[in-house]
Design a protein around this ligand. Structure first.
Ligand code: ADP
Ligand code: MG
Length: 414
């Protein structure tokens, strides 16, 4: 495909960056657009996944019909079927009139199912039927209806894991992911980080008629070194803060460093005065999150290295992975190489990198057992820190409230 087609699509949708992985994702979207198959877009939160279903719709024969985006994680479980498939008058209390669902509204067009892993199992069954035969029934109706839609779904979850845990139907997973598009995390996009930072700075100045901030080479270096757990969304927030508080200035490396969260701590904003806000607690918390993230990354890596074995392991009961060897630096994703292992499976940020001094001695660190143990502990602590408030806890953990709710039940953390 001609390179200028990729450039045109980027221009049209306002996608900044020349990273080869990103361009490959755009290329795949353009390639698959005219072919009427389901597409699954994967990638971390904030990487720009939402551009892709739009590209696919706009370059498909369905472009003149409707495009409806649904955030599956944001709709309460009790109403999602009715939102997607519609309902009959009187189907439930409050159903005062017949209502069309998105799948009917979008007939002939495209439905984008964001955070698709959040769909309840009962909804998954209905969705599978739509994908297989185009058939569905309104809630409270026994009349089969037909619709002609294309589905593009997105997720930041490891779907193989969701399937292994019985949270997602395997048959639906394969149906949805006829073609997959992976959006790379920001930290892997090299020079794009500077491009995006300058773009966000100039956008802000244009919009609010302020003097633009600019960045020293050291400041740009800091941006490139940071891990960006929140990806492009987080970068824009950082630049917005600087645009406000350093208006018109040339941002130095030091100033930029101050603006970026200490890497590991960026997952756990601890409010001053809240329980566990003392330094020791904070460091332990950081560690838990780090271990949690790392185990996920290692799990992903392992799956890539030994695809057949890993599914068996993912299904094994707790503790079955105790014999797994500690990760060696060579086997780690490059994004983690700047951390040094201090104990098997436990890695702390290098103090020289970000000013975080890892004082917790290795003996005091509870051994990382299974991913579930670590996850349970991370959630328990986050809940305690937020006085049991689920909304705040979910926000802190970068998961949806529904996921949090499910995990609370799953782990008996009520
Ligand atoms: N390459 C990019 N160029 C410009 N803006 C981007 C880029 N990637 C992401 N964004 C912006 O970052 C924000 C987060 O993107 P979004 O698609 O919502 O992420 P995701 O759905 O993967 O969580 C959006 O405002 C989006 O416009
Ligand atoms: Mg999104």
């Amino acid at each position: 495909m001609a390179d200028d087609k990729i450039q045109q699509a980027k221009l049209r949708f306002g996608i900044i960056g020349n990273d080869p992985q990103l361009e490959r994702a755009v290329w795949r979207a353009l390639k698959v657009a005219p072919i009427d198959v389901a597409v699954l877009v994967t990638g971390e939160s904030g990487t720009g996944k939402e551009f892709f279903p739009q590209i696919i719709h706009a370059f498909s024969p369905r472009k003149h019909a409707r495009y409806i985006a649904v955030n599956c994680g944001a709709i309460p479980e009790g109403t999602i079927d009715s939102e997607l498939f519609g309902h009959e008058k009187g189907a439930f209390t409050g159903a005062v009139a017949t209502r069309k669902g998105y799948f009917e509204e979008a007939d002939g067009g495209t439905v984008f199912l964001d955070e698709v892993a959040e769909l309840p199992l009962t909804t998954q069954a209905r969705l599978l039927r739509v994908l297989e035969s185009g058939e569905f029934m309104k809630v409270g109706s026994s009349q089969v209806q037909k619709t002609n839609i294309r589905i593009v779904a997105a997720t930041n979850e490891d779907m193989a894991r969701a399937v292994a845990q019985g949270r997602f139907r395997e048959d639906l997973f394969y149906r949805l992911s006829a073609v997959r598009i992976k959006v790379p995390p920001l930290r892997e996009r090299g020079n794009d980080i500077s491009l995006l930072a300058r773009k966000f700075a100039s956008d802000f100045a244009g919009e609010y008629r302020t003097a633009p901030v600019s960045f020293s080479p050291e400041a740009l270096m800091e941006l490139t070194r940071y891990r960006w757990p929140g990806n492009v969304r987080e970068l824009r927030n950082v630049i917005t803060r600087l645009a406000v508080f350093a208006e018109g200035e040339l941002v130095s490396g030091e100033r930029m460093r101050a603006e970026l969260p200490a890497e590991a701590a960026s997952y756990t904003p601890v409010k001053a005065g809240a329980p566990g806000s003392d330094r020791y607690e904070r460091e332990r918390e950081m560690l838990f999150n780090l271990i949690f993230r790392m185990q996920e990354e290692i799990e992903g890596l392992r799956r890539r290295i030994e695809p057949s074995e890993s599914s068996a392991r993912a299904l094994a009961p707790h503790g079955a992975r105790e014999d797994a060897p500690p990760p060696s630096a060579a086997a780690m994703p490059t994004s983690l190489v700047k951390y040094r292992p201090i104990a098997p499976g436990i890695i702390l940020p290098h103090p020289a990198d970000d000013g975080v001094i890892p004082v917790t001695p290795a003996e005091e660190i509870p051994p990382a057992r299974t991913l579930e143990d670590t996850e349970r502990e991370t959630i328990r602590r986050a809940l305690a820190r937020n006085q049991g408030r689920r909304k705040a806890t979910a926000a802190e953990l970068h998961i949806s409230e529904r996921t949090l709710y499910r995990k609370i039940k799953e782990y008996g953390l009520e």
